[in-house]
Design a protein around this ligand. Sequence first.
Ligand code: ADP
Length: 188
Amino acid sequence: MARFGAARQYVRGCHTPTITFVQGDITEQDVDAIVNAANHSLLGGGGVDGAIHRKGGPAILAECQKLRQEEYPDGLPTGQAVATTAGKLKARWVIHTVGPTYAQSKDKSPLLADCFRNSLAVADELGAATVAFPAISTGVYRWPVDDAARIALETVRTVDTQAAEVRFVLFDRRAYDAFRAQAAPGKG
Ligand code: ADP
């Protein structure tokens, strides 16, 4: 696919970490940890989840299965996060988090914010200095991308984390533009 990695832009807010944006494939990112928009089962799915398991290989699924057996018999609750190996990916770890499905009738924004907050807490436990996020919940879970970008940026800007860089990896131009717009001067 077309990549715009060269156009990566750096935005320094008044809080650490440094927040960066790249249009591309999260499975190709050379970072300490990539975040997976997983589902409750932790056993793989479509979208970014499928891409991570395909490219990372069976070691990721094996650890997910073990987590299901030992820690999450009912699956990973929405908004929570847990780490596994990244298998054959360049990253060292995959942090799996479950985004909320979008619903007009109910404001689930705090759960989407939890995904970012809890993923960064797991990253801190691992000692991950660079962490890449996809646009959680904006695919199959149908969250409007502008609103998802607002919640993502508001959360990451104010979270207390040891991570030096949080990189948003947006798969298409529409999502990239939406996230960049939230980083524009005057937005937070
Ligand atoms: P969810 O179920 O949380 O909505 P999806 O995987 O369906 O998760 O979609 C989340 C976002 O990830 C969407 O914006 C989709 O375009 C994007 N996406 C899909 N594949 C990749 C990938 N390889 N790298 C980065 N983002 C991806």
